[in-house]
Design a protein. Structure first.
Lengths: 122, 107
């Protein structure tokens, strides 16, 4: 059974940092692109970043470029999102998601974690 | 960025109704379009990908059509478990965006 379990969400002040983790199991982690998606009541679902199987290719949404870093550790079957210089508009539920087909960058998201809440507020 | 516009934003329907949700892309995404169902407090669930391919385990009352910029999700006979919010998602060349969602509630 595929499982994605996020952790690391918290309340943080503007300008602060946070590192999200996503523990994956039940599939061949190093065969799939992985993605972070966030959700707010106002903006709905937003793609945040994704990473190739071997970590050699990464893409970010414009508003987090330079502040967020996606990474993965295939030995630990884990995905990460390092978030720096956090802003109030980064407040959201953050989900990690597994791409549907192996080795596909442009792809739907077959499995999602349960999400972790990030709140940026003073 | 490719913008995705869903309509309607909300839809009131009864059990047994045929329900159709439309998604329009600001430029062609060919067939790179997925649909998700989300219930309160839960993560989105993949229903359909590549416009019309039903994800394993999804009831056959769900179907998807379209190409390019116009897409539809149809539920042929709405069931109690189908009251939820639905999102379209395009994943064309170096671009991944979602529609704003369509909430299907009980009439």
């Amino acid at each position: 059974e595929v499982q994605l379990v996020e952790s690391g969400g918290a309340l943080v002040q503007p300008g602060g940092s946070l590192r999200l983790s996503c523990a994956a199991s039940g599939f061949t982690f190093n065969a799939y692109w992985m993605t972070w998606v966030r959700q707010t009541p106002d903006k709905g679902l937003e793609w945040v970043a994704n990473i190739k199987q071997d970590g050699s290719e990464k893409h970010y949404m414009a508003s987090v470029q330079g502040r967020f870093t996606i990474s993965r550790d295939n030995a630990k079957n884990s995905l990460y999102l390092q978030m720096n210089s956090l802003r109030t508009e980064d407040t959201a539920i953050y989900y990690c998601a597994k791409h549907t087909k192996p080795d596909f960058r442009e792809d739907s998201f077959h499995y999602w974690g349960q999400g972790t809440q990030v709140t940026v507020s003073s | 960025d490719i913008q995705m516009t869903q309509s309607p934003s909300t839809l009131s329907a009864s059990v047994g109704d045929i329900v159709t949700i439309t998604c329009r892309a600001s430029q062609s995404v060919t067939n790179r379009l997925a649909w998700y169902q989300q219930k309160p407090g839960k993560a989105p669930k993949l229903l359909i990908y590549e416009t019309s391919t039903l994800q394993s385990g999804v009831p056959s009352r769900f179907s998807g059509t379209g190409f390019g910029t116009e897409f539809t999700l149809t539920v042929s006979s709405l069931q109690p478990d189908d009251f939820a919010t639905y999102y379209c998602h395009q994943y064309s060349y170096y671009s991944w965006t979602f529609g704003q969602g369509t909430k299907v509630d009980i009439k």
